[in-house]
Design a protein around this ligand. Structure first.
Ligand code: ZN
Length: 57
């Protein structure tokens, strides 16, 4: 599956809205500060570099 997540147009590197994995092509996720959200199906993807930082003190 190919998604152009980082479109390099006109020499600009711009993060474009990714496609919703649930809805498929044509439906883009809304990019928020720390997450991406699909307004259609409600899919939310956190872009928080999770997975390794779980420092709770
Ligand atoms: Zn969706």
């Amino acid at each position: 599956m190919k998604t152009d997540k980082y479109g390099t147009k006109d020499g600009k590197t711009e993060v474009e809205n990714p496609t919703c994995p649930k809805c498929g092509e044509g439906v883009l996720l809304a990019v928020h500060e720390d997450r991406k959200h699909c307004g259609k199906c409600g899919y939310t993807r956190w872009e928080n570099k999770e997975d390794e930082e779980e420092n709770e003190e």
